[in-house]
Write a protein of this length. Structure first.
Length: 558
C-alpha cells in the first residue's frame, strides 16, 4: 500500500523505541531486558486507547527477532523479519484479536501451535490484543503454558480493561501501565507531522486537538487527519474553525455566560445558551463543559500556564482569574451540585433544551439567595423567590467543609431548610401577625412546644438535638442519626406560626451542648452517686449486698 494513502495514525506509527512518545521509562526497561537476554516470558501492556499498546507489542516482537540485533533495530530498510512483523504476516509472530476469538478452543489451538519451534525467527511470539475478552475457560487453559513456556515462546498481551483479567494471569506476566501522553509532547509530535504533511493549521487549533484527544496519540492523529483534509492548501485553519469542526464549545461563550449569571441578567444568559445550542452542542456536553468552568474558577490559583496545560489559553486564564475573585466558593459549590443534579434529570425530560434553560434560570435565582454573612453553612432564604411567584421552594444548606460534598440519601432531607409558603387566606395572615410570641432561648422554645401540645417537636428538641447557638431567629444545632427527617420543616413552620417571623435552622459541624435528655441523665447519675455516700445507703448495702440504687427523689421541702 502506498504510504501516502495511509491515514496519519498508520503512516506515522512508531517503528523503534526511539519513535515512541510518552513511554520512555517503559521503553528503556524493555530494551535493557532484551539486550541483557533477560526478557520476560509474557508481557502485559495496559492503558487507554491510542497510547501505543499494540505498537509496543510489535516493536518488542521485532527487537526479539530482528536479524540486525536490538542495537541496530530496523527503522527504514527492514530486514526480512521486521518487514513481515510490520505487515502482520510473519509465520512465527501470530497476532490474534481476542474480541473475535474468545473461546477455549481458540486457545487450545494456540497452545497446540506453540509446541513447534520457530521456523525462521529466533522466537515464536503470540500477540493477543484485547486479551480481557477471553473467556474464563480460555484463561485457565492458558495458565500452565504461560507460566512455563518453552524457551523459544513469548506472549505479549494488550488490554484496556486490566481489571477484567484474572489475577492468576496478571501475576505470570511482566505488567506495564502505559500512561496518557502529556500535552506538550503530543503537541510537538502532531506539529511535526503537520509540517511534514505541509498542512496549514495554527498552534491554537493544534492545542485544541491535543485537549480533545485526552492523551491518546491515535485520537490526536485522527483529528489532525480530519482537519487537514477539510481545507484547501491556501487557507490556514484557525481555532474557531476547529471548534466548529469538532463540535467543541468555545470557552469564551461559557465564561461570558457565567459573568451574566453573576450579574443576574436572565436575557443575556438565555441568549448565550441559545447561540451555543444552535451550534449543535448537546445539553449533556454543555453541562459537562459548564462543570469544567466551575472547576477552573474554584481552583484557578492552583492551575499554572506552564506550556504543558492546554485546557486554557492566556486570555481565558485571565478572565477566570478575575471572576474567581468576585464569587465565593460557596456559590460555586452550590452551582456544582445543581449542575450534577440536572445531569441526572436530563434522562427523564423529553425536551432537554427547555430543561437547560430552566436550569440556568434556577441558577440565577439561587445566586440571589445565597447568604454571604460568613455563616458556617450556605443558606438560601426563599422569601424573595416566593414574592416573585416562583412557588414553594426548598431552602438548601451546605456544609462549610468544601471537601466533603457527598450527600447521603439517608440524611439528605435533614440537610435542608424548608421555607413554608404563607397561607393565601387573608384572615389567617392577620391572625398570624397578631400572634407574636417572643422566644428568647432554647428552654423557652421547649416550654412553648409543651404548652402548644407539640409533643413530637418537644421530644426531638430534648432527645436528638444539641444546641450550638440561639440568636435572633437563628438556631444553630447539631443532631444525631435518630433525628426525624421532617424536623426542620415542622419546626420552621411552627416558629413562623407562633412568632410571625421567619426563622433559620442551620446545621453545624460543632458538637454543641448536650441534649436536654442527656443533661437530665447526667444530673440524675450525679445525684445517685452522691446518695451512695450517705450512711443510710451504706447500712442498707450491709444487709442487702445485691441492692442497687436506681433513683433518688427529693423531699417536698428540699
Amino acid at each position: 500500500m502506498n504510504n501516502n494513502l495511509k491515514v496519519l495514525a498508520l503512516k506515522y506509527r512508531p517503528k523503534t523505541y526511539k519513535d515512541l512518545i510518552g513511554q520512555e521509562v517503559i521503553s528503556e526497561v524493555i530494551y535493557n531486558s532484551i539486550k541483557n537476554n533477560r526478557s520476560a516470558n509474557a508481557y502485559l501492556f495496559t492503558g487507554i486507547r491510542g497510547v501505543g499498546k499494540t505498537t509496543i507489542a510489535r516493536i518488542v516482537a521485532k527487537s526479539l527477532n530482528c536479524l540486525n540485533g536490538i542495537d541496530q533495530l530496523c527503522s527504514k530498510d527492514f530486514c526480512e523479519n521486521c518487514e513481515a512483523i510490520s505487515n502482520s504476516n510473519h509465520i512465527d509472530v501470530l497476532e490474534m484479536d481476542a474480541a473475535s476469538k474468545t473461546g477455549v478452543d481458540d486457545v487450545r489451538d494456540l497452545i497446540e501451535f506453540s509446541r513447534y519451534g520457530p521456523t525462521t525467527a529466533k522466537y515464536k511470539i503470540f500477540i493477543i490484543d484485547e486479551v480481557h475478552m477471553l473467556s474464563k475457560q480460555a484463561f485457565n487453559a492458558l495458565l500452565k503454558t504461560l507460566e512455563e513456556p518453552p524457551e523459544y515462546l513469548k506472549f505479549i498481551f494488550a488490554t484496556t480493561e486490566i481489571k477484567k483479567i484474572p489475577v492468576t494471569v496478571v501475576s505470570r506476566c511482566q505488567r506495564f501501565d502505559l500512561s496518557r501522553v502529556d500535552s506538550l509532547s503530543l503537541f510537538n509530535f502532531i506539529k511535526e507531522i503537520k509540517d511534514k504533511e505541509k498542512g496549514k493549521i495554527n498552534d491554537e487549533a493544534l492545542k485544541l486537538i491535543v485537549k480533545i484527544s485526552e492523551g491518546s496519540v491515535r485520537d490526536a492523529l485522527s483529528l489532525l487527519d480530519r482537519a487537514l483534509l477539510s481545507k484547501n492548501e491556501k487557507t490556514e485553519i484557525d481555532l474557531k474553525e476547529t471548534q466548529k469542526m469538532f463540535g467543541f464549545i468555545d470557552k469564551s461563550y461559557l465564561i461570558n455566560l457565567f459573568k451574566f449569571l453573576l450579574k443576574g441578567d436572565e436575557k443575556e444568559v438565555i441568549k448565550i445558551y441559545r447561540s451555543i445550542y444552535n451550534q449543535g452542542v448537546e445539553p449533556k456536553v454543555f453541562l459537562n463543559d459548564f462543570l469544567e468552568i466551575l472547576y477552573y474558577i474554584k481552583n484557578i490559583s492552583s492551575i499554572n500556564l506552564d506550556g504543558k496545560n492546554f485546557s486554557l489559553n492566556d486570555e481565558e486564564f485571565r478572565e477566570i482569574e478575575l471572576i474567581s475573585k468576585k464569587v465565593s466558593a460557596k456559590t460555586l459549590l452550590l452551582f456544582w451540585q445543581f449542575t450534577i443534579k440536572t445531569l441526572g434529570e436530563l434522562d427523564v425530560v423529553s425536551n432537554q433544551n427547555l430543561s437547560m434553560e430552566m436550569f440556568l434560570i434556577r441558577l440565577l435565582y439561587l445566586k440571589e439567595e445565597i447568604a454571604t454573612e460568613g455563616l458556617e453553612n450556605i443558606e438560601i432564604n426563599n422569601e424573595k423567590i416566593l414574592n416573585n411567584n416562583i412557588g414553594n421552594t426548598e431552602k438548601f444548606n451546605l456544609s462549610k467543609d468544601e471537601d466533603n460534598l457527598e450527600i447521603k440519601n439517608k440524611t439528605i432531607s435533614q440537610i435542608k431548610n424548608f421555607s413554608q409558603e404563607e397561607s393565601s387566606n387573608p384572615e389567617k395572615k392577620i391572625e398570624l401577625k397578631l400572634q407574636k410570641i417572643e422566644i428568647k432561648n432554647f428552654e423557652e422554645l421547649i416550654k412553648l412546644c409543651n404548652e402548644k401540645k407539640e409533643l413530637k417537636l418537644k421530644y426531638e428538641l430534648e432527645t436528638n438535638v444539641n444546641l450550638v447557638s440561639f440568636i435572633d431567629q437563628r438556631i444553630e444545632i447539631s443532631f444525631n442519626e435518630n433525628l426525624d427527617k421532617d424536623f426542620v420543616k415542622e419546626l420552621t413552620f411552627k416558629l413562623h406560626e407562633w412568632t410571625g417571623q421567619r426563622w433559620i435552622i442551620a446545621f453545624s459541624k460543632k458538637i454543641g451542648q448536650f441534649s436536654k435528655k442527656k443533661i437530665t441523665e447526667i444530673e440524675k447519675a450525679k445525684v445517685i452517686e452522691d446518695a451512695k455516700t450517705n450512711d443510710f445507703y451504706k447500712k442498707i448495702k450491709e444487709f442487702f449486698p445485691d441492692a442497687e440504687l436506681i433513683d433518688v427523689k427529693p423531699k417536698d421541702n428540699e
